[in-house]
Design a protein around this ligand. Sequence first.
Ligand code: SF4
Length: 472
Amino acid sequence: MALSLEEEDMASAQKKFKVVLADPPFGIEAKGEAVTESPNLGILYIVAYAKKRLPEVEFFYLEPFLSMEEHIAKARSIQPDVYAISFTTTRKELAYETIGKVKGLGLKALMVAGGAHPTIDPTDVLNNAKVDVCIVGEGEETFYELLKNTIDGKPVSDVLGTVNTQKRNDMRPLLKDLDFLPAWEMIDFENYDIAVSKEKRMAYVLPIRGCPNYCTFCSNPVWKLTKPWVRMRSPKNIAEEVNYLYGRGIREIYLRSDTFNVDVDWCMEVCREIEKLNLKGMTFQCNLRADKLNNELAQKLASVGVWLVHIGIESANDRVLKGIGKNITNQDTMRTLRLLKKHDIKVYGFLMLYNAWETNGKLEYETPREVSKTLRFAKKSLNEGLIEYISWSIANPLVGSKLGEIAKKYDIAHHNVRIGNCMKLPSVSERQMIAHVKQGMILQLLNGIQKGMITKESYKRAAQKAVKILNM
Ligand code: SF4
C-alpha cells in the first residue's frame, strides 16, 4: 500500500541525519561552576559551521548541566548517526563513563571525541573509550568533513586533523575566516550563570582565538599545534554578535578570549564598533594582559561599558614572573591597576601560589617568603581598591603545559587531599603550603562576602572550601 504524503513526510523526517554534540553530564549540582557558566562555545561554533554547509542535518546539543540519566535518555530518544563529546583532561573519567553508556544503547552512531584531552592525548582516549575517531585541534572543518563523509558513505579514516586506531592524520590548517557566529539559536540563556556579573542575562563571546604568550603553567600550548597562534575576528563581526545577543535579552557580555588587548589598535576598533550600536544598559567584562593597557584604551573600555577586567597577576615577585614566562613585571601590574581604577573599572585578579620553572637545567620555584609577599600585595591592593575580587590557585602541573613537563622531569607532581593537584617542592613543607593556601582562601572568601557580588552557589562552595581548609 502506498504511503500518504503525510506519512512520507514523517518517514523522511525520521530518516533525517542526526548529530549529537555533547558536554559531559556534570549535573544540576554543577550549576554556578565554571563548566556551567556558559555553553561550550567550541561546540556552538562547530554546529554553526556545519549547519551552513549541511542544512539537511539535524543537530542536538547535550548541555553540561544535564545529569547522566538525562544525557543518556536524550541520546536514546534522538538515536543519532553521529555522537561527539568534548572534554578536558580533568573531566576525562566522566567522559569515558558517558561514552560507555551511550555505546551501551546499541546505537550505530559514529563515535567522536574532541576538545582539549583528545587533542593532547588521543591515544589515551582511543585506548580507554569506545570512540572511532578523535579530533585533534580546531574542530569546525574537521567535524564537517567527518559528517560529509559519513553522509556520503565514504570512509573517515583519512580525514585531516583526526586520529583513529589505525592512523594519525596530518594536522589541519586553522580557519582563516572566523567571522561567523556560534549557533546561539540552540541556547536558552536562563540555563547559564556566571559567578560575578552586574547584569542578567549574560553570555560569553570569543573575539580572538589563541594567545601569543607562553606561560609555563598554562595549558594553552595544547592548541599551539599550527600557526598562527592568534587570530582575530573583524570588529564589525564582533559587534554584529553583540547586537544579536542584545536582541536575545543579554545585558552583559564577557569577552572571554585569553587576552582582549593582544593588539591595542584592533581592540580600540572593536570598542568603536560596539559603541556605534548604542545599546542601552549593555555591560562587559574582558580578560586583559597587564602590560598592554594605555590610558586611551582604558578610557575607551570604560566608555563602552566594561566594568570588570580579569587579569592574571599570578605573583608579586619579578623573579617568579620572569621564571614562569609571564613577560610582565610587578610594576606593569601596578601601573595597569592604577589606570583601571582611574577609569572606574574593577579588577578580578588571579593569583597562583608556589609556581615552579626551570633555569639552565635547574629547578626553581616560588619560595614561602615570596608567596607571603604575594599575599601581602593582594591584601593591600584589595584595601586600596586596586583589586575588587581575587581568586587563588596553587600551581598545578597540567598535562600539556610546560610546567607539566617540568614536574614530570623532576618527579614533583603531587596530589594533596586538602589542596588538590600541586607540586612537592624541595624545602617547602606541605604544612607551609597549606597555611598559605588557607590565608589566600580566607582573604578571598571575606572579600567576596564583603563585596556582595557573588552568587549564593559560589558562597556555598567557597564556604565549604574554607571549612575544609580551616579543618586542616
Ligand atoms: S596564562 Fe594567559 S597569557 Fe599566559 S599563555 Fe596562558 S592564556 Fe596566554
